[in-house]
Design a protein around this ligand. Structure first.
Ligand code: SGN
Ligand code: CA
Length: 532
């Protein structure tokens, strides 16, 4: 049975527009007055953390994207701060969520990979529990992707596993599942607004909006089908990377050429009758999808015997679907900002937009993430906090996702527990020019192997200028990049004899970080090479 309770986004739903308007306006008035009351009685800021999936800096206007415009994400940056150098500690979804909640690396929070067998231990200390203890109302709506139910949230409504783009199921707090009509990005905003409507407006809140967009298989909303069709994207200069001197990069299974599927990913020859992600489209949506992709298929038929033309066509199609999916994400961020503005909540609400990691949009010939190379090591992070962060602030410091939890606690005026491994960057946000002791290198550790994309496990260190990576598992390899000369990480200079002193220094610095972060597994690997 389909639940009809989010009607105003369902394209086929018809409700009297006037009645809808009246209900909406009275709700806004009610909310505005309660928000005013709240601002008089409580000075703690509310926090809305919009956390997307696989949405990368290369596709965000504020980060200089040449691919698309993102006016709403950019608005957060313009009204607050953009952090130019934010990195994740393990570039994959569930582990990144566990880091956000705990402020600890994967080896300490226990969630090293996406495996369905690896349960996140929800009984451990988490940022939402600490906020809850300090009188915050806490909620998570949308993609969750941890294999255990949320703890420490007063309210949650989550997608099962990766969720679906159309007619998605949501798991309710009673653990039952409801299927909703509509498009996932719209529904996640709607459910967030539902929760905000009914919360206790005398207390501050912490709401995480977990977006499914822009995860594979990039199914755009109907209104965005073809939004980028008149653009021809130039290929990244290293699209045809041959992976010279990089064993792990040559052994991965995540190329647009070989791994990306014509059917499920690029939507050719889709059987809309089969259950699954396309089977979920309703009849109007099926018609729109098949009309649109049938016309695309005609282009494909013309070039299908020319292998180079096929690769380049795949690249263009991948980007068009990815960006069209991101378009509805940005539009919904606009809806969230509008909601906060129209209820008066904007004045005392911190809004953050970040992704669980970056993503390849054709660099090295890839999609997906995982590698410690720049595109997937980085993640976007923009934040606005009226009166505390000056509009137009730009931060260059190297920030990690373990820093998110302590920064949230700091902004809420709470003490940061000692076990948290990250540091608050709130002082930097308030005063970017202040001379502050901050890290000069970051530590990274990725584990999941071999499925789904055959990326060998690795750990490493990145300084402002250099990156040293140690791959292990299927093969033991070191890689070194000079980012100032080789920003696209094409030349592994680990065997350059003139770099021996530098390599020893970096290995030593890496060992210090590994000790500091208590990563026993990495330490054992270094010990075997007498680096201790
Ligand atoms: C699915 C995707 C993979 C992706 C993982 C993890 N395959 O398995 O391409 O790397 O999720 O993504 S799919 O064909 O099922 O889409 S993550 O963002 O959740 O870590
Ligand atoms: Ca992800």
């Amino acid at each position: 049975m389909l639940d009809n309770r989010v009607p105003y986004l369902n394209q086929s739903f018809k409700i009297e527009p006037m009645i809808r308007k009246i209900i909406y306006i009275s709700m806004l008035l009610l909310l505005y007055s309660s928000a005013y009351l709240y601002s008089q009685t409580n000075s703690k800021p509310n926090i809305v953390f919009i956390f997307s999936d696989d949405h990368t800096q290369q596709a965000i206007g504020a980060y200089g994207s040449k691919l698309m415009k993102t006016p709403n994400i950019d608005r957060i940056a313009n009204e607050g701060a953009i952090l130019k150098n934010v990195f994740v500690t393990n570039s994959i979804c569930a582990p990144s969520r566990a880091v956000l909640l705990t402020g600890k690396y994967s080896h300490l929070n226990g969630l090293k990979d996406n495996s369905p067998k690896r349960l996140f231990d929800g009984t451990q200390q988490q940022v939402q529990k600490l906020l809850q203890n300090a009188n915050y109302q806490t909620a998570w709506v949308g993609k969750w992707h941890l294999q255990s139910y949320p703890q420490g949230f007063d309210y949650w409504k989550i997608l099962p596993d990766q969720g679906n783009y159309y007619q998605p199921d949501f798991i309710n707090m009673s653990h039952d599942t409801t299927r909703y009509k509509g498009y996932v990005t719209n529904l996640i905003s709607d459910f967030s607004f539902d929760w905000l409507h009914q919360r206790d407006s005398t207390r501050p809140f912490f709401l995480v909006i977990g977006e499914k967009a822009t995860h594979r298989n990039w199914m755009p909303a109907i209104e965005d089908l073809g939004a980028y069709d008149d653009q021809n994207f130039s290929m990244p200069e290293n699209f045809y990377d041959t992976y010279k001197d990089r064993v792990a990069a040559s052994e991965q299974d995540m190329t647009i050429d070989k791994t990306m599927l014509l059917g499920d990913d690029l939507k050719m020859n889709v059987n809309y009758k089969k259950p699954g992600m396309f089977g979920r489209l309703n009849s109007n949506e099926k018609e729109a999808y098949s009309n649109y992709y049938n016309s695309i298929q005609k282009q494909y038929e013309q070039i299908k015997n020319d292998s180079k033309a096929v690769i380049e066509w795949k690249y263009q199609r991948y980007l068009k679907d990815y960006l069209a999916t991101a378009k509805s994400l940005d539009r919904n961020i606009g809806r969230i900002l509008h909601y906060l503005d129209s209820t008066g909540l904007d004045k005392n609400t911190i809004v953050i937009y970040a992704s669980d990691q970056g993503f390849y949009l054709g660099e090295h010939g890839w999609f997906d993430k995982r590698f410690m190379y720049e595109e997937s090591l980085r993640t976007p992070f923009v934040i606005k906090y009226p009166t505390k962060i000056k509009p137009g602030t730009q931060i260059q410091n190297m920030v990690l996702n373990v820093d998110f939890a302590p920064t949230l606690l700091d902004m809420a005026g709470l003490k940061i527990p000692k076990e948290i491994q990250g540091k608050s960057f709130f002082p930097i946000l308030k005063n970017p020019k202040a001379t502050l002791k901050w890290r000069d290198a970051i530590y990274y550790h990725y584990y999941e192997y071999p499925e789904p994309h055959k990326v060998a496990p690795h750990f490493g260190i990145r300084t402002q200028r250099y990156k040293l990576i140690r791959f292990y598992g299927p093969n033991n390899q070191w890689e070194l990049y000079d980012l100032s000369k080789d920003p696209h990480e094409m030349n592994n200079v680990i065997h350059d004899v003139s770099k021996i002193k530098l390599i020893n220094q970096l290995k030593n610095q890496l060992r210090i970080l590994i000790n500091e972060y208590k990563d026993q597994e990495a330490l054992e690997i270094l010990k075997k090479e007498s680096i201790f």
